[in-house]
Design a protein around this ligand. Sequence first.
Ligand SMILES: Cc1cc2nc3c(=O)[nH]c(=O)nc-3n(C[C@H](O)[C@H](O)[C@H](O)COP(=O)(O)OP(=O)(O)OC[C@H]3O[C@@H](n4cnc5c(N)ncnc54)[C@H](O)[C@@H]3O)c2cc1C
Ligand code: SF4
Length: 415
Amino acid sequence: MSKFVMEEAKRCLQCKNPMCVKGCPVNTRIPDVISLFLNSELTQAGEILFENNPLSLVCSHVCPQENQCEGHCILGRKGSPVHFSEIEKYVSDYYLNLEDKKVLPTAPKGEKVAIIGSGPAGITIAFILLRRGYQVTIFEGHDKIGGVMRYGIPEFRLPKSILDRMAERLIHLGVKIRPNTNIGNNLTVDDLFRDGFKAIFMGTGVWHPNKLGIKGESLGHVHFAIDYLRNPSVYHLGKSVAVIGAGNVAMDVARTAIRNGCSHAYILNNMDETGITARSVEVEYAKIDGARIMNFKAVTEIQEEGILLADTHFEETEEGKKVVIDKESAEFFPVDSVIIAIGQGPRAVVVSSTEGIDVTQRGLVAVDEEGRTSRDGIFASGDVVTGAKTVVEAVKVSRRVADAIDHYIQSTSIG
Ligand SMILES: Cc1cc2nc3c(=O)[nH]c(=O)nc-3n(C[C@H](O)[C@H](O)[C@H](O)COP(=O)(O)OP(=O)(O)OC[C@H]3O[C@@H](n4cnc5c(N)ncnc54)[C@H](O)[C@@H]3O)c2cc1C
Ligand code: SF4
């Protein structure tokens, strides 16, 4: 263990009113975990973390802690906050290696629950319902579980072995996993109800890339970020890539492209610095890795050998600032490939093959506070409900939805 982890733990003041806990979206009992860690009670510390958040190990790697626990730590007001993420990483990693006795249900209920999608939302629901004695089956469109954690976030930020260990634990606890199975294409939600699943959970995320709608978008050297990140090694980007967009996904794309042989990665932001929505730490890393961020630039056309790149400026309107493209300034900018990273929306495959599931104007699944969709027995949470968010946000809501599923099955089983 790095000395740093221990030193950070010793710096904690064990506040009576811990601001770090308030800043954490899932209110992790940070001082308790730190105290147990310092007292060599690692199993108990791990249990607290895991029962509160089955994805604590993932969160320790990818949460934007600077806005959450660490951003709220009292020590951060005058100096450096306690870097709890490193302590959480150590404890959660230790705990994930232990044989899971605590999670096993004491009294199996036996009813079957279907989970469509194995991202953070689906995995959270699976662990909670397992603990309550349900038989859980996960249907996953990809060949492995994890959702964006596996097929979006790059290996250098989140080791995939963590997800393999989670899959092992789920299987060990009795979960059945059907990989390469897209519900809605062949098997439908109605098939699942027919086969005895008492409730169905949809955690299908947002996998439909937004288009730019400009000339050249369908050319052979143009790709969408979410497709590229799924399996970067199969792409031949050449030596230079233009990444359109300036969010976290764009930073991941640029850094991945550089690691796969691109010597020039240009991140094109159509605004000033405020248009860079990525975490500042990710922006810093992208720059360190060699990416170049170009502000006030918009692509007006994609051509075989490069892009037409125009300047932009702000214009004040009644609604606020508007980005205006100075079309006449457009100049040819040579690049070997282009990756579009301007966000994702949901795919409609489950909703379009199932009657009675209402969606919002953005095509997201409409739910009530507890994650109930408009169709009886079908629940949803995660990005497919909220639009693109974070791992911990998916965990937070899914804990509530798991309660609602439990309550639904118990109330419909009576009588
Ligand atoms: C590149 C990238 C980087 C990110 N980095 C971070 C980060 O650093 N920190 C952070 O907190 N968040 C990050 N996020 C956001 C975070 O990963 C998501 O908010 C989170 O994964 C959402 O979880 P989910 O369970 O709702 O959906 P997803 O993770 O999208 O999982 C949905 C799963 O459902 C499956 N599925 C979809 N349709 C079907 C179907 N019909 N049948 C069967 N299976 C289906 C998909 O294959 C997928 O496995 C990032 C997102 C991206 C795209
Ligand atoms: S706010 Fe900081 S110092 Fe106080 S309990 Fe939390 S981590 Fe420890």
